[in-house]
Design a protein. Sequence first.
Lengths: 362, 148
Amino acid sequence: MEFFKALFSSGGFQPHGFCYQWNTGLVWLNVLSDLLITLAYFAIPVIMLRFIRKRRDLPFSWMFALFGVFIVACGTTHLMEVWNLWHAQYWLAGAIKAITAAASILTAGLLVRILPQAAQLPSTQQWREASAELTAANKELEAFSYSVSHDLRAPLRSIDGFSLALLEDYSEKLDDEGKKHLERVRAATQRMGALIDDLLNLSRVTRASMHVEKVDVSAVAAEVIESLQKTQPERRVEIRVEPGLQATVDPHLLRIVLENLLGNAWKFTSKRALACIEFGKTSGNGRAAFFVRDDGAGFDPAYADRLFGAFQRLHSVSEFPGTGIGLATVQRIIHRHGGRVWAESSAGQGATFYFTLTKLGS
Amino acid sequence: MVGKVILLVEDNPDDEALTVRALKKNNIINEIAVVRDGVEALDYLFGEGVHAGRDVSMVPQVILLDLKLPKLDGLGVLRRLRADPRTKLLPVVLLTSSNEEEDLLNGYGLGANSYVRKPVDFDQFKEAIRQLSLYWLVLNEPPPARRS
């Protein structure tokens, strides 16, 4: 109590105006200057706060907050200067200065500590150079894909076409073994054609511009399943699609994701007399995720980390056909949407593929 | 169908042989004129250069145009054809390896009538040629010949 009394009492001192002998010019020069400094010092943190709010990715944003405190404290000391001209509460003025001093020292000390890290932040110039390099690399990739698309398939057409020409025109000169060899040549050629196409699609998924909109994910899933059923109408598959699921997503890319995941479910349940494929949304682990579940061949969880790599396959081509590009494509699309994709399974027990999209709809 | 010429613009001799083979396998007996680059394609159509003196009133029923060609590429040929009143309405089918979005957009943008990607599998290629020739040589009504 005594402490506060002392803090707010003038303690018998004369107000500061006496030092200026109440010279009107001198007093007002000091008052106006101190008030303007105060105004500026109070405004700066407000501006900085708005800046931090707009740039959430800013490094060392806590440093800006500390700067704010330090500047507000400085402003208050100047406001106190004005007050002290007429009111001799010098203990209060001193206390405010002490707080300012502490904030200033703390700011200075922390500045020294983060200096090496801050110096490593890339400059705008460096960003520009890096982004120019990236653009150049992308252009090169595009030129490469274009060339692959045009030039790499042409020789395959010749190999396949002339192998077939041999089989058709010279069949009486070829024995069964020779014909079988040629059939193998053709099969390998067509497989390479499929690999090239899938690889091009994978790179296209990365290059395509994204247009997100609200999409009825359940409807897309149902359409994809319907077209799968048309390819093999004789198969008995129980389908469960949770209705009304929505997401804000690029509709074209979402379809590719579902075609791959549901296509895989369809493929890996092909050896079951009655299969079950399910699409829905779960909120396990506190995070909402879409999932595609099947009761097919599944995979050994020991190799789960290899699932999403390009050309990685956990089954032989003779067991289940495929190029090993599908899940790599899925992962790229999900990453472009800021989401995550993962899978759970044990061999022979079916598999569940989960994926999230940052902008999950209601 | 006699007198209806198919103009094939193709620089790759293998692709030329395979396309001709596919046409024969589908019993297409039309004359197939083959030119091997973009400039020769224009010379053929306008009766210039190596094809100087050709009767240009004999216009092909359809052009099968590859995109990647020496000298002048397929899109360049298409641009020139569409800019000339003699060939403005000529049916042009782009028959090419790529299905790059860029090629499709440019092709249709310059006024191609059709875009067909050559499949690797020759059985599929043969089927594509069968449908193409059935459509462009039999089903489709060509633009009437200009009389000057």
